[in-house]
Design a protein around this ligand. Sequence first.
Ligand SMILES: *Cc1c(COP(=O)(O)O)cnc(C)c1O
Length: 400
Amino acid sequence: MSRRVYADNAATTAVSPQVLEAMLPFYTDIYGNPSSLYGLGQEAKAKLEEARETVAQCLGAKPQEIFFTSCGSESDNWAIKGCARAQLKKHGKNHIITSAFEHHAVLHTCQALEKEGFTVTYLPVHKDGLVRPQEVEAAITDKTALVTIMYANNEIGTIQPIPEIGKICRDHGVPFHTDAVQAIGNVPINVKEQDIDLLSLSGHKLHAPKGVGALYVRLGVQLQNLMDGGAQERGKRAGTENLAQIAGLAAAMKEACSTIEERVARLTPMRDKLIDGLLKIERSRLNGDREHRLPGNVHFCFQGVEGESLLLMLDMQGISASSGSACTSGSLDPSHVLLAIGLPHGVAHGSLRLSFGDYNTMEDIDYLLEVIPPIIERLRAMSPLWDSIKTGKVNYDPYM
Ligand SMILES: *Cc1c(COP(=O)(O)O)cnc(C)c1O
């Protein structure tokens, strides 16, 4: 094995040395409970509020609008259930608008609310992997309690027109939530300028540890509690604060948000070189719009190739990559994201996501371009279908 390339940063990232360093004092020195009144507790409380201030600044929010959670999934659950239930109780509104290619933390939460009696509109996603703002507007009714559309898709990396959707929702007086887990550090976000009412983020996608996240809730937006108990997080999210991880999240957010331009400038040429190289493989396709795309996301389908076999062969060459999302790659079901952009099952099975972050280099890209094409060729040589695909007898891909 000549090289190790971690190309699955959309699934999770390594904790950075600075983040780890920011966390360590809270395990052994500043371990007081922020709710305790003596000095050690109050010191912890001050650090907690400092972290809240940092996260707020990164988003253009006020510190009182930031709530720490246990992960991105919790933030999504809380935003959607908390807001929808409050809207139903206060205004009798029972309709939610989302898109068909959200993360499961959003989709399954919406499905859970359908069982409670809410109706949900799942907007179609076009073949470029983008939601159309005018379709959001057309779906809004006087019963709409919430619109939830992700900032950037975790599989195909497309960046949605969030400011436009935010403006539409604000004009109609409908609360707007966005799952920004993949967008943080890659897209400049300002919740005030972009008319965002609720925003979810997660630590482990930006070099903080797994198991910490945050939810931004604009002042004035009603939200029911998901966790009841103590008075932590202004009485809205019980549980003794995980201060070490919160401090890690704040350090990671500060780093991610203050270096967006450099990150985009560094990753974009890497991404584009890989895309151009992989497009040279016959019957390959790039999924998702090329321009409105995360700087570190490359997502392909190769006709006649099974995603699972491809991943195993890449792993043998030291490459960690993903087929679809980490949550679904254990199953043989094709990705709901690829089905949502109109790919038939046969193509959706042969997908490959390569996602890059701060620790990847151009040498990684060169290695991938050296290793992937011959692997595709070998897998196709073993495929009983490839001959028919190549000669055009079978065409799985309606866009080819
Ligand atoms: C990873 C991810 C989540 C879930 O975050 P966790 O912290 O793992 O719960 C939610 N949404 C998107 C878009 C993600 O990529």
